[in-house]
Design a protein around this ligand. Sequence first.
Ligand code: NAD
Length: 485
Amino acid sequence: MDRFQHYIDGRFEDAAEGFDSLDPATGTAWARMPAASADDVCRAVDAADRAFAGWAGTTATARGKLLYRLADLVAEAAPRLAALETRDTGKIIRETTAQIAYVAEYYRYYAGLADKIEGAHLPIDKPDMEVWLRREPVGVVAAVVPWNSQLFLSAVKLGPALAAGCTVVLKASEDGPAPLLDFARLVYQAGFPPGVVNILTGGPEAGHALTTHPKIAHIAFTGGPETARHIVRSSAENLAKVSLELGGKSPFIVFDDADLESAANAQVAGIFAATGQSCVAGSRLLVQRGVKDDFLARLKTKAEAVTIGAPGAMETEVGPLCTARQRERIDRIVAESVAAGARLVTGGRVPDGPGFYYPPTILDCSDTPNAASVTEELFGPVLSVVAFETEEEALRLANDTAYGLASGVFTRSLTLAHRMIRGIRAGVVWVNTYRAVSPIAPFGGHGLSGHGREGGLAAALDYTAVKTVWLRTSDDPIPDPFVMR
Ligand code: NAD
């Protein structure tokens, strides 16, 4: 079996305890992972804390150059990292290859941004004072990521945090940590000083030890809302700043004037890509009644034509889910929704054979809009469909969720699109497209989807705090205050 190590204080090390990682395509163990103890976590945070003053004191240009080197190394190592992510999480090789090549662009963006994080000078209302603002890094960052797209989800934290001058302890998910533990080799090769980036893995205990640690200044979390609640409680210990990127139940809205073929292709990619294990999955299709039958027929044909297979094969379009427990949960919610009256259009049955596969599934929930598959995030290849008549109804259904991450609107009407953009409560609105991302564009949500914004300049500023400096310019002595009174 392959063996992976932690990366703490510039050294690769084994842990006293470990666990097996399963290949989701076969369900068998393929690698041995280290499990961080509370003591390992503590050593990593101490290392990051020791490294902080030096890293924050390095010129921003020098930090940017190291990030550029890291970006190049990620691009070069993309095939190896993609193969590891595919093996350890079941995400298909086509997707991991494309996504990791793009991860390099995130490091490049933040490399370029490092020396553009500027302070400000204030036109203060006192003649003998100069007042300016320094933007300083907040300190040690705890980054905690889920199992899907770990390289991507950590790049949107590491990039801005390192550019801003913070040091980081990154906890990979206990499910599928191989690509992140391997990525540590690139951090080492790039030449980041020891302690600036530390990467370890482990379950909730390791996450708890990290997020409650008194030396943590900022917790950057991506994962589910339940864990987010733990994290917010943990932050009561250290009063760290917290940013949360959580799940979604994103509406994909198709009006009857839309280009149906384009919309159908976007919908298929929007829900079945990554086997539905995507926070922005367009998992609630809201379709106008007049085109519902036509649109569902197109979706059914496309869903049934998908090539399901080994995640490592280039022709595979949908692979297995990452874990058995994930598949059990999805299967249970689909069965409950069908029992409640939802109509199965396609899929919905666990296939025979090894691995954690689940087929592309479409449920027509037009008569059961409160079925669990409509309201809960499944994080799987399941599309729940609800028909609507009017624009007002579409907007009401779109916002009838505790989440608020992403949304898609398909229409040829510019004015209708603008009204929907204004009315939808979500951090991202895609119009006549879906699932586009870029390091230049902020990303995040509302409500149960969290409140952080990753990507763009604002994400780097989020890892800084303003220091206000007052400098008296007068050479006159400061008068005795009691005389003044
Ligand atoms: P999860 O919340 O179970 O786990 C996420 C991470 O938190 C893991 O590393 C886990 O070990 C850690 N953790 C668990 N308990 C902890 C605790 N008590 N203290 C500290 N850390 C703890 O999420 P998951 O099931 O791995 O991932 C799926 C979820 O992530 C979905 O809800 C999905 O929508 C969300 N997600 C959101 C985004 C986004 O950008 N908004 C992106 C991808 C995934």
